[in-house]
Design a protein. Sequence first.
Lengths: 229, 229
Amino acid sequence: MLSTGLPHGAVPKLERPGPLRERVYEALLELITSRALRPGQHLVETELAGLLGVSRQPVREALQRLNTEGWVDLRPAQGAFVHEPTEDEADQLLVVRALLETEAARLAAAHATTEGLERLGELCAKGEDAVRADEVDAVVAANAAFHAEVMSLAGNAVLAELAAQVDQRVRWYYTPVARVRGMQSWREHRELIDAIAARDEAAASRIMRAHTEHTRASYHERADRTEGE
Amino acid sequence: MLSTGLPHGAVPKLERPGPLRERVYEALLELITSRALRPGQHLVETELAGLLGVSRQPVREALQRLNTEGWVDLRPAQGAFVHEPTEDEADQLLVVRALLETEAARLAAAHATTEGLERLGELCAKGEDAVRADEVDAVVAANAAFHAEVMSLAGNAVLAELAAQVDQRVRWYYTPVARVRGMQSWREHRELIDAIAARDEAAASRIMRAHTEHTRASYHERADRTEGE
DNA sequence: CGACAAAATATTGTCTACAGTATTCTTTTT
DNA sequence: AAAAAGAATACTGTAGACAATATTTTGTCG
């Protein structure tokens, strides 16, 4: 049952204008990524509709989209279930993410502007400050912003869109192991900036590959540790 | 009820029509890729519904999915329009496709089984026959099957799904220039098989990269030619 | 004759209702 | 008492209706 364990006050509010389906989509995505809706849980359309104060239709359309993006599984005549990630799938996502990010770094080295490099530097500084201040949320946010900026500099919208989806799902799968690698991660970011500034595609590619591999190893390390508990 | 002598659960469920939205989705995708619905065209829900003999609801759900997959643009309060590919976007898709296919080749070299190599050989032979017989459709089909098999051998479902989507869109964008590179393309396929058989990841990667680059060049060549007409 | 305004039309967005199907509970039979 | 058949329930799938909004047409004024 859905109503169990859902804080009614924490439900994202739907205020902004625009199509209802969009806001329902965002609300549901938030509920899923925040684990208010847990993997495997059966999502009953009428429950969600009532919860969000809309009819079933916008909910259905939101669920359709969440389905094609891999957040929920839509079993015919049975309904929507929050997707349950497997070990294999999580690892495959990391592989794909590494691939996309690496290519983005290479393209960024080829196309970056001085303004772009400046923005990267600022984001890096912000991240380093956050690490020093030990503010986990700020570190995570700065990290995401940094990678997003690299992706933006790559100038490939198709690549960016795929990466955005993969990234969000990776973050979801691995939130239980809340990864923070500390200052080392930002030293690698600095290296990457230098490579991009030097227009050295090979170096940028190599550095990003190593960086994502480190992050991946960090994920698995934490995952293994929680496994043993 | 007539006693069939079989337990209820063991009766294999005969192929049901399945959800209408699925068939509507497939029908619309076919109409788009076949260019019966042209880029930029306004898709009126009631017209499509009438055309397919269903109500607006399944049509809407199909359009939602087509939207998230990039086939149609959904402008709020205005409706669905068949996506209009730009020159930039088409090229970006080719870049991403090359990236995904190259990684797939590398992974295939790492994981391929002897049965898999056998299947690749058969598909290659089929393609070569089709080239000799000058059967364009068969060549295209064999080519798609070959690449799909490589992707399958890579053993990464996430990568495969992304590649499938990107591939189909690439094919759509470039159908006007119906590309056939002839036997050279299949010589490259043979090289790739050898590299995979040798478990040589670097070689497989390099060959697939070159292969997709050749195909890309072929696309642009044809596109430039039609441009000038 | 052209530009602007207002009504008319067309189309999407949302809600409600009903039909089809899977699941659960109850009853019956061995 | 256990298993199977049957009824009851719950939920999804689809359809149709109504409301909101954009577009087009028409009419009017400068």
